[in-house]
Design a protein around this ligand. Structure first.
Ligand SMILES: [Zn+2]
Length: 111
């Protein structure tokens, strides 16, 4: 499978987590891996790494929290208009494809 998945979530979207240890939480999309179909979401699936002290270096020690990518099928877009996790359709408006919330019928993207 080399085809790139159709992903309609964008960076800086807010998404709702459907499954896993962070189920029910929301966060901002930091990064999207279109090839693997994964998203990295702020504050979701945070891995805590203890960084070892290296002699001579300061400010680089302690605990580092990094969100791990999760499968895109495990998140749902949160509509910025009605603030609900929603499904959306895609419509062409003025020659541009925009996403439209199926709940409140508002456009998610700027038209
Ligand atoms: Zn909506």
């Amino acid at each position: 499978m080399k085809s790139i998945m159709k992903i309609h979530i964008k960076e800086n979207d807010t998404v709702f987590v459907l499954t896993g240890k962070d189920k029910g939480k929301q966060g901002r999309v930091l990064n999207i891996n279109r090839v693997k179909g994964k998203v990295t979401v702020e504050g979701i699936m945070v891995a805590t790494q203890h960084k070892k002290q290296t002699s001579g270096q300061r400010g680089e020690t302690g605990i580092i929290k990094t969100p791990l990518p999760i499968d895109i099928s495990n998140v749902r877009l949160v509509c910025p208009r009605c603030n609900k996790a929603t499904k959306f359709s895609r419509e062409e408006v003025k020659g541009k494809l925009v996403r439209r919330c199926k709940l409140c019928k508002e456009y998610i993207d700027q038209v």
